[in-house]
Design a protein around this ligand. Sequence first.
Ligand SMILES: Nc1ncnc2c1ncn2[C@@H]1O[C@H](COP(=O)(O)OP(=O)(O)O)[C@@H](O)[C@H]1O
Ligand SMILES: [Mg+2]
Length: 312
Amino acid sequence: MSAAAGRGTTARHAGSLEVRGLTLSIGGSEILRGVDLSVPAGEITGLAGESGSGKTMTGLAVCGLQPAGSRLGGSIEFRQGDEPPVELLSLAPKAMNRLRGRRIAMIFQDPSASLHPMLSIGAQLTDHVRHHLGLSRSAARRHAIELLERVQVPDPASAVQRYPHQFSGGQLQRIAIAGAIACDPVVLIADEPTTALDVTVQAGILRLLRQLCDDLDLAVVLVTHDLGVMSAVADTVAVMRTGEVVEHGTRYQVIREPVTEYARELVASLPHVPPPGAGVVGPDSGEGPAGPTGIPADAPVEVAPHAPEEAS
Ligand SMILES: Nc1ncnc2c1ncn2[C@@H]1O[C@H](COP(=O)(O)OP(=O)(O)O)[C@@H](O)[C@H]1O
Ligand SMILES: [Mg+2]
């Protein structure tokens, strides 16, 4: 794997997001009521909370993909390297389009939502990079194969010739991730990326996200209603409730020592988050011994470290 794989052709600098007092209303109903969230480079920021609390809307607003007719307020500041910060809420649609898919990428629960059923994987990955990076056809194909290697899809050279229906759900999510990182993003919003997958496959996808975050210094927002998933890979956890972040701290703090009653209840309601002291995260140091991907060796996701990916 070349060092340049997944990084496009230009030098890159890590970036971050700073969301302050973000409000969103649709037809007079307030959906986000002042969301505050810091998303630094090289970290996975988990966004947890019950269904309907506004997690997806927050991710969509960052990408400028909120529903038509939404009214937005507050601030979403995007920073990259030494460049002056960009206020996403005041960007013209054209400028936002350029940023989205290139600097800010998103993956969803259903990977087939971002893949066309009638186009080969190679065509989909190369169209994307040819459009955004201006690569030649053959360079784009090499880039696509490198991307598939990076996301650990078996036999990338033949995978580029195949079609979405020929892959399993877990492999499709890897391919969607390859598409998301194709143009060298600095921010990745992953909205419930493992919710539709079974548990052993989930673990592999989470490890991949962790690895990409570390290797590419990505600022990752991992949206999930599942605190168990969160406890395995997130560096910090923000808990949303009715359109607000009610608690944000390190994963250790939020899962082991939640401050708000709501976060306490959320943690307590999860059958697969072991009770405090059972080793979800480490002992009093705050973290367990980290594995090569930075995931604590005793985190739930590592329970089946060699779990086979389902056949594709
Ligand atoms: N297109 C839409 N128009 C109006 N309201 C919406 C729309 N999509 C979602 N909502 C509402 O916004 C709120 C937050 O939704 P969402 O961000 O999807 O929640 P979560 O991802 O946390 O489950 C919910 O009350 C939902 O009903
Ligand atoms: Mg959602």
